[in-house]
Design a protein around this ligand. Sequence first.
Ligand code: PEP
Ligand code: MG
Length: 558
Amino acid sequence: MGIGRLYTYTSLPNVTHSGAVEQSTAPQQEWQRYLDARQKVDDELAQLAKMDNPALADIFRVHQEILHDRLLTEGIRAAIDRGTSAATATQQITSELVQLFQNLSDDYFASRSVDIRDVGQRLLAHLSGVSLARQLTALPPNTILLAEDLTPFDATHLSPERVTGIALAASTPTAHTAILARSLGIPLICGVGSAILRLPSGLLAVVDGLHGRLLVEPDAELLTRYEQTGQRLLALRINAEAHSHTAALTRDGRLVLVHANVNSQEDMLQVANSGADGIGLLRTEYLFQERTTPPTVTEQIAAYRLISRQMAGEILTVRLLDIGGDKPVRYLPQISESNPFLGVRGIRLLLQHPELLRDQLQALVSLAVKSSFSGLVRILVPMVSKVAEVHRVLDVLDGIPGYREGHRPGGRLQLGVMIEVPAAALLADRLAPLVDFFSIGSNDLAQYTLAADRVNSAVASLASPLDPSVLRLIAMTCQAGQMAEIPVSICGEMAGDPSIFPLLFGLGVTEVSVVAPAVALVKEAVRQTDGDAARRLAERALQANSAQEVHRLLHPEG
Ligand code: PEP
Ligand code: MG
């Protein structure tokens, strides 16, 4: 919750070059001006990349890579050689690249267009001597910032002492600006629409990050309510963080492990302090992308050991490579698919490249039976839709020395499958006897159940994991897990919303895995949950007609 006075920030006209095409007769001089500006930006970014916060430091390292990218540099050089000034060339080429990236259908790449624009802004600032940050650093205290979008550059000039909330006309929750705002603790809502930019500055407003709302000129009663809610949420977070390293038991005494999701080595710094009971999902894609050859078994063992040494807790769940479809890697032949999410992805791709599958399994078996890691290594198979796929993975495992030893009862190796395709949920009772645990991937389960592409914002509202159809598949999975006496975890984004935990528990979920910053609050939600009440809630949710109805069950207060 953020309360303050509106201020409309018009970042773009300020930071882009005037638009006039400046001609130059001295390309060599202009090129030198560009190189000087690039050096200054490089120094600036190197300084920022040294900051303590790994998530932020990472962003600036990516910006350094963009700054030296061949496409950008060669484009600018060519434009300067054609006779434009360094500033115009920078403006033109970065705009072209921003456009190019914005038009890519993959959300991840589309949101990277903000990074390119950011780097362009920095270059232009030096080339035209404009101080971009002045507007943001001079904001009065208690400001609610309204903007079309903010770049990470803008965001580094925000101070939580001055900016109490942000509402963006555009942008998505996966963009870097949202990550930055989250780490600064500033409530942010995005994708609100450009009408907000017409609101006059100076009006009193509330950014309600819980419900994704901007309330302008609230009356005194509403304002008091928001102030109280804000205080309550702050107290809850402080209290939750004080207990985050203690095990979470429901009111009726059931232990619920709250694990962390990890997407990169850098995530581990946050995970170590989060109080997570272990790692419930290590997305290993980071080890395989941005390279020209796949990592060797030795390289993989080293990477998994590093993670295992940095974690607290006893369980390390490593998901096998989940690429393909819209996430290409350079060393695999690129197949063009018109429906990549319905294509060769996850285990389907691994079975087509048995050497990749075998190497990764070998590295994980070795981690469990040969390394100093004393915990449990859980291997997780993504995108399973057939029982035969699990048999094929088991066949490969059987041929790996050490597997039998690690996998015997009481051993340190387990095998599980992601339940993220409706077929897997529907066949959960067939899959359960073959594996040691289930992990429900609600992000994909929702997109496949509701036939709504998870990266297409036009159908985003259809793909709610709270839809009763998805909940029924979750319930079915939990029943099969219970029958086979195996744990059923959930690692999709919905698990990170503390208000959803009672419903998941009522459906039969026994463990959760969430982003590190959510661990403390989800553990607190576990402690507030009563098994019987949760089961009654789940029964009602399974009978609901829509996700909205389920949402109302979870938030009866509105
Ligand atoms: C999921 O699908 O819910 C999941 C956790 O996997 P990913 O988001 O990596 O596809
Ligand atoms: Mg998935």
